[in-house]
Every structure is written in C-alpha cells, then in structure tokens.
Design a protein around this ligand. Sequence first.
Ligand code: FAD
Length: 406
Amino acid sequence: MNGIVVVGAGQAGFQLGASLREGVYGGPVTLVGEEPGLPYGRPPLSKAYMLGKTDAAGLALRPEAYFAEHRLTVRATERAVAIDRAARRLHLASGEALPYDHLVLATGARNRPLPVPGADLPGVHQLRTLAEAEALKAALAEARSVAVVGAGFIGLEFAAVCAQTGLPVTVIEGLERPLARSVSPGMAGLIEASHRRAGTRFLFGSAVSALVGDDRVRAVALSDGREVEADLVLVGIGVLPNHDLAASAGLRIENGIAADAMLATEDPAISAVGDCASFPSPHAEGARVRIESVQNAVDGARCVAARLTGRPAAFTAVPWFWSDQGPLKLQIAGLCQPHDRAVRRGDPAAGGVSVFCYRGERLAGVESLNRPADHMIARRLIQAGRSPTPDEAADPGFDLKALALG
Ligand code: FAD
C-alpha cells in the first residue's frame, strides 16, 4: 500500500490528514509542504500575530507530538514539481519520487504580484506566509508611515493593525470602495467609515503606477501624478491559485484546479481542495466557485477524507468566513455575491448590523458586523434552505431563530 500523499501542508492539507485518521484510514499519509515547519494557521498573521498577541508557536495547528501519534508524515521544505499520473508517482524537487494510491492537491494560493516598477524595493511587502509575516512585523516596528495597496481583507486587517499601533496609514484602491468584490455596498460603507474614524486615509479609484525610492521605498506613485509617502508598503491585491503542478500534469484548470461536486478531479486518483480548487457549489446554484477561507479548506478536506474512507458525498457545507479589523468583527455566511436585494437588520449605531442578501426569493448570504448571533442563525437558515422574506429579515421583532430551528 502506497497510501495517500497530499501536496501542501497548509490548512486543507493538515485537515485532510487529521480527518483521514478520524475516518480510521490506516495506510500511510504523507504531507509534502514547501514551507518550513509544521502546518500553521494563516488568519492570525494579519491580526494577533502582527499585534504581538501570539507568536509563531501559537499559530501551530497541532503540536509536534500529534503528528507522530497520528502517523502523519510531514515532509517540510519539500517542493512537489511533477505528477506522473500513469505511474502514480509524485516527483519532488529533491529528486525523490513518492508513489501514491491517491493524491490530494492542497496547494493553496500565492500573492498576486503588483506589476509596476519598484515593486521589489526593500520596504515593499506581501503577506501570505509566516516568513512574510515575520518580515512585515519587523518592518512595522521601524515604520513611520504606511501605505497599503488594495482594500481587500488582508489590506484592511493590516491597516487596522497600523491604526491600532498609532501609525499613519493610507489605503490605495483602484475601485471605488473597499471589499468591492466581497461584500455589499452598504457593508463596505460601514467598514470604510469605521476605518476612517480610526484615522485610516483612503484613496479610491487610484491606480498605482510605481513604487518610488532609491535603496528602499519612499513613496507610492499614482497614475494621476500624486505621490503617497510611505516607508513601508503592503501590497494586498489578491491571490492566484497554485495550479501549475496540476496543469502540467494535464488536469483541467478553470479558475483553479477543476474539481467536481465531491472535489474529485477527472483523474480518479487525484482530488483537489482548498484555495487551489474550484467546484460546483449548491450555494451558487451549481455555478463553479473557488473560495479562499479556512472553512472551505477545513470542510472540503473533511469531504475528501470521507470519500476516501468509504463515505462519498457532495461538498455542500455552508460557506462562512470572518475578518477581524480593529473593533470590527465581520462574519459572512453563504455566498452573498452577486445578489439583487439586500436588507438590514440591526443598527450600526447601536453596536451591530447584519445585511441579508437575496438572489431572487432565496437568502443567498448574510454579512454580520459585530452581530455573531445573527451569523450563527444565518448559517442554520442557509443549511436548512429556509429564507425569511426580506421584510421578516429586516423586522427586529421577527424570530429568525425559530425559523432556523424549524
Ligand atoms: P494554504 O493554507 O495556503 O496551504 C497551501 C500550502 O501548500 C502552502 O504552505 C504552500 O506553500 C504549499 N504548496 C504549494 N505548492 C506546493 C508544492 N508544489 N509543493 C509543496 N508545497 C506546496 N480565512 C478566513 O476564513 N478568515 C480569516 O480571517 C483569514 N485570514 C487570513 C489572513 C492571512 C494573512 C492569509 C494569508 C489568509 C487568511 N485567510 C483567512 C485565508 C485562509 O488562511 C486560507 O483560505 C487557507 O489557508 C487555505 O488553505 P489551503 O490549505 O488551501 O492553502
């Protein structure tokens, strides 16, 4: 028995190994990961870790002893470079080849590069790995002014850290609002207002033309001729799925590694899960989605492990996500985008608000800002396929919990 080999020892790769053992898989399980060390969680990198509230040891998904006890072999600092599908062997950069019965691709995503002059100057950072977080944290301690390129989740979380540490920070965004692809316009407005109150400056509709400096970055140049002074720049303009390994093995690529509703690729011996994979989702009316979240990685890995241990089922878990930005806890249940109607429940001035997003009559998703109870109810509603009418959702007297519990 060659066992199960997983490429990528991140959130999904780790969960796959853990869930295989919970599903009493007895064969060898090997996680091949190009990063050093044991699997760790990325969410604190832009939050608690950056604020010094946790250290690298605190990020570990499990202590070292867990891997020995569960016979999960982690091959750290090993890069997989090719898949020989006919021979069922995974080739590593070190020259070794690992035979497999089943291969799981959990290769995640990498930072999208900023294609402008000066993007490689010292003082310009991106944030995906612990190594990048260490470098960014050290730079933060020395910085006098910060620019963030991109008003996505990572950029806003880092901007909140800067504001909390008293550093002037400017967020530069090409579109007209923050989180334009991720949240409703109303929610984006509330989030922007909160960041502004904390002192963050925003420049919307602004294209970056260059990062300027001699031996290190001094400013961000915009295409309208303006310059934003900064001795630390974080580029957070999204990620690209790591699908090269799959593509060169002839697997289909469609916004990531194309998987089916059970996260299997067209090769019956290969599955794909996490940030690198796209799949048809019932929460998008069957459309193919690629989701970058801890929940998607964890629940997707559980789905693959269940199939590999004799309990095949489609991946139907309700997508959910969170982002902590200073005093804001944003939680999203379901897939809100696109939606054609949105109604508010709660009052931001009174502490929290949720935005219920509809596609037609169906509740597609709920964005909650500092309203965790709404988030939990929304997950149940979506799981059960129950939609309050928009009027019911907006009515504070309507008992959503009773509807969710049926
Ligand atoms: P990853 O965890 O990225 O793991 C993939 C691994 O595969 C990497 O270690 C990579 O180096 C390795 N790899 C790739 N190619 C190869 C190869 N050829 N050979 C060997 N190894 C390879 N999500 C949330 O839900 N909430 C949050 O608040 C949140 N905050 C985040 C904050 C930050 C700073 C970042 C970067 C992400 C955050 N996320 C958050 C997203 C979440 O962390 C990811 O969705 C999740 O890690 C995806 O898991 P994954 O296993 O698919 O990919």
